[in-house]
Design a protein around this ligand. Structure first.
Ligand SMILES: Nc1ncnc2c1ncn2[C@@H]1O[C@H](COP(=O)(O)OP(=O)(O)OP(=O)(O)O)[C@@H](O)[C@H]1O
Length: 377
């Protein structure tokens, strides 16, 4: 019998938890490509998705990222076929599964679903829950697949128990076993880890990723947590108010965000206005590179806190005064007041760098942490 206290002793991030099944044993699927083409949808006249186009390549893990209410779940429901969009098409492997010409019902799309609340049937045993998605197979084959999938998540020993006997983390693993058992070409996961506490989440997330790679299924994971998206996604699709803001790798979104909103999603920013001159953009922290913007253009300049570099006063640069200093784990967070800027700047420096409250410092900026956008006024 499997240890029923498994999640209470979850291992630190990075190590394989032996209470999950053996790695490399999840059954592989044939990954499918998924395309959203100009999808729009509204509830009671309020737009929830607006002209959104997005492609997920076969075998890719894509994280759909955005604040609450931006339309992520609506898009997943449309992909699954439990919601029909007002306009646009959904294609799986090039075939229209939802659009003006056709509508393929959810159970015929080869799409697996896993939602935040696990949605296990309480009156069914664990194995019956997993068998639910395998009704197309003969009984014996279905049993074999269900048990193999429970074994992969380390819960074969619970097959005849009921969901209430399992902890939250274990129920989550059953939900994963149920989602992968029919070997779907596309797996849709809506905030799959948000019900778990932080300590458990890292472990479940890592094991889930390993299983996803083994199954090779195309996967969309909904999250509002940028770190989770960066850790899990081959690609990230960032949404705001029903629209796609940017789609790319985590490195692309971090280093070349489409706009200030996208930039703010991935790091804290010091925001300030600037104007392009012959020499660069004039800002309250000095000149920064204009990156091709025409002279006279009004710019929004955003600088990450570790790109604000205080130095001993007397060197060249802009002078500021340290207003506060807090140790926030691994770094000291300084707030620095400068002339010509109404908000204190935030700077992250190595602890023990010798900066103290009340000290005057000169400021420089690290070009890598400076993002500039044409101002929208
Ligand atoms: N069944 C519904 N009836 C009416 N409005 C809805 C319905 N489902 C969603 N909405 C609205 O559509 C918009 C998008 O909601 P959706 O659930 O897709 O966003 P989300 O990004 O998944 O948010 P969350 O992260 O909070 O789940 C929201 O304004 C929401 O209130």
């Amino acid at each position: 019998m499997t240890d029923k206290t498994s999640e209470r002793g979850a291992l630190a991030h990075g190590s394989h938890d032996p209470r999950w099944g053996a790695r490399g044993t999840a059954r592989a699927t044939i990954a499918a490509g998924l395309v959203f083409e100009n999808i729009s949808h509204a509830y009671d006249g309020n737009a929830s998705v607006i002209d959104l186009s997005l492609e997920v390549a076969p075998g890719e893990v894509m994280c759909l990222l955005g604040h609450s209410g931006c339309g992520k779940t609506t898009l997943m429901r449309i992909a699954a076929g439990v919601e029909q969009q007002a306009a646009g098409r959904v294609l799986i492997n090039g075939r229209e599964v939802s659009g003006p010409k056709s509508f393929v019902p959810p159970e015929k799309r080869g799409v697996g679903l896993m939602f935040q609340d696990y949605a296990l049937f309480p009156h069914m045993t664990i194995v019956e829950n997993v068998l639910f998605g395998l009704s197309d197979l003969p009984r014996e084959a279905a049993n074999r697949e269900a048990l193999a999938s429970l074994e992969r998540v380390g819960l074969k020993g619970y097959a005849d128990d009921y969901p209430h006997a399992l902890s939250g983390g274990e129920q989550q693993r059953v939900a994963l076993a149920r989602a992968i058992a029919p070997r779907p070409g596309v797996l849709l996961m809506d905030e799959p880890f948000s019900g778990l506490d932080r300590r458990l989440r890292d472990n479940v997330r890592e094991e889930t990723m390993t299983i996803l790679r083994e199954t090779r299924a195309t996967c969309i994971i909904v999250t509002h947590d940028p770190e989770e998206a960066m850790r899990m996604g081959d690609k990230i699709a960032l949404m705001r108010q029903g629209r796609l803001v940017q789609h790319g790798s985590s490195a692309e979104l971090y280093s070349t965000p489409a706009d200030v909103f996208a930039a703010k999603f991935f790091s804290e920013l010091n925001e300030m206005a600037g104007i392009v001159t012959e020499r660069g953009i004039e800002t309250p922290v000095g000149l920064v590179a204009a990156r091709g913007a025409a002279v006279g253009t009004q710019m929004d300049v955003c600088i990450r806190p570790h790109g604000i570099l205080p130095k001993a006063a007397g060197s060249t640069g802009v002078t500021g005064r340290i207003a506060t200093k807090r140790f926030v784990g691994e770094v000291d967070l300084l707030t620095i007041i400068i002339e010509g800027h109404d908000r204190p700047l935030h700077s992250r420096v190595r602890p023990g760098s010798g900066f103290e409250v009340g000290m005057d410092v000169d400021l420089a900026t690290d070009p890598q942490d400076v993002l500039v956008f044409e101002a929208k006024r």
